[in-house]
Design a protein around this ligand. Structure first.
Ligand SMILES: [Zn+2]
Length: 378
């Protein structure tokens, strides 16, 4: 453990790698050891090894209880994984150490909605540099300052946590799509609030294996701590909800291109601008949508992006913009046609051709050792 500039850094040796996280030194922690074990869980599961925790590192029995429930689900999601045991000498039962609630917060629509909806319960929010901004630290720090100032006006304290776990898991070829859910759940064990809200990224009509999931997130609860997968509704409905909280609405940060500020041109900015336009809302964080046809520049490239285009298309339809809706639905149809064609090729060629195509196109995720949905032996 080391202190510097009001922050404390916890460091361990994880299988020969330096693994650390850092946060303000005035935050009482429930159990740092639990967080480190969670960082290494998937590596242990994929390499079929137990996790041996050094005697000077304490972990909680609640971690073991959660992993006992979570691992069978993870093994179903990815058949390469094996259940692992946590071997530790220093185990104790630890309850919540903070009253009230904490949520993650990036300024995106999901986390803004959760904060707005549970403002009476949430006293603290957490930002993690391992989601956005880890490659642009100066811009990220500016974003943290902006968020802190806005949230202070709502009596919410921001806890900025930085870590190098993602560098390690990327090096180990573990997909962040899987790992992120484990990290969000582990925050509850690390910080020990009575309630930990995990803002849902998807609506409840489309559930598939994904790191943060309404089935698995609550399994991180225990001994006076509740972990809540919050708000599995459409993102456009969340956008509408933010009309009641202009402070959070004017602080939204949704851009794919910029860590701080929104470009107003990327697909995620345009999607959000489209929803605001259809609802007749405005956010100081984004320019108004001048030309509706800009919404049609959106390419549906993955299953995960389908629900967001679909809900925008429905909103367009319900607000009298049939021509836009029709074109957006057509994009979704075209995506599914290509998707099923690729699945057919995969079935016919044993996945070899598809992998070769993805590699050729440089789609990095296809090369991960641990993916969130992997049911076939390699
Ligand atoms: Zn943008």
């Amino acid at each position: 453990m080391s202190h510097s500039n009001g922050r404390v850094r916890y460091t361990v040796d994880a299988d020969g790698n330096e693994l650390w996280f850092e946060l303000p030194d005035n935050i009482t922690l429930r159990c740092p050891g639990d967080f480190f074990v969670a960082c290494m869980l998937l590596e242990a599961m994929v390499s079929d090894r137990n996790i041996r925790v050094a005697p000077d590192i304490g972990i909680s029995s609640e971690l073991s209880a959660s992993l006992f429930e979570l691992q069978p689900v993870y093994c179903l999601w990815n058949t390469k994984l094996k259940e692992t045991k946590i071997l530790a000498d220093n185990i104790s039962s630890i309850g919540a150490v903070h009253c009230g609630g904490v949520s993650t917060y990036s300024g995106g629509i999901d986390s803004s909605y959760t904060l707005a909806r549970h403002l009476n319960d949430i006293s603290h929010v957490v930002t993690l540099n391992t989601f956005e901004g880890r490659e642009q630290p100066a811009e990220y720090q500016a974003l943290i300052r902006r968020h802190s100032q806005v949230l202070a006006q709502l009596n919410v304290t921001l806890i900025s946590i930085t870590s190098n776990y993602r560098e390690l898991t990327e090096r180990l070829r573990i997909s962040h799509q899987f790992q992120h859910g484990i990290i969000l759940g582990a925050l509850s064990l690390l910080l020990g609030f009575e309630k930990t809200f995990i803002p849902s990224g998807f609506n409840a009509t489309l559930l598939y294996p994904w790191g943060s999931h309404p089935l698995t997130d609550p399994l991180w609860s225990g001994n006076g701590r509740n972990v809540i997968h919050d708000g599995p509704i459409t993102r456009v409905a969340k956008t509408k909800y933010l009309a009641a909280n202009p402070m959070l609405l004017n602080n939204i940060q949704v851009c794919w291109k910029h860590v701080i500020g929104n470009c107003g041109q990327c697909h995620k900015c345009l999607r959000t601008m489209g929803a605001l336009h259809f609802f007749g809302m405005q956010s100081e964080a984004l320019p108004a949508l001048k030309d509706l046809n800009l919404l049609l520049t959106y390419d549906v490239k993955s299953e995960q992006s389908v629900p967001f285009v679909e809900e925008l298309a429905l909103l367009a339809l319900n607000t009298g913009h049939e021509h836009i809706a029709k074109k957006l639905f057509r994009k979704i149809d075209r995506f599914w046609l290509t998707f099923h064609l690729q699945e057919t090729i995969k079935a016919l060629t044993g996945d070899t051709l598809r992998k070769a195509i993805l590699k050729f196109r440089g789609q990095d995720w296809s090369t991960y050792r641990v993916r969130v949905d992997d049911k076939h032996p390699s």
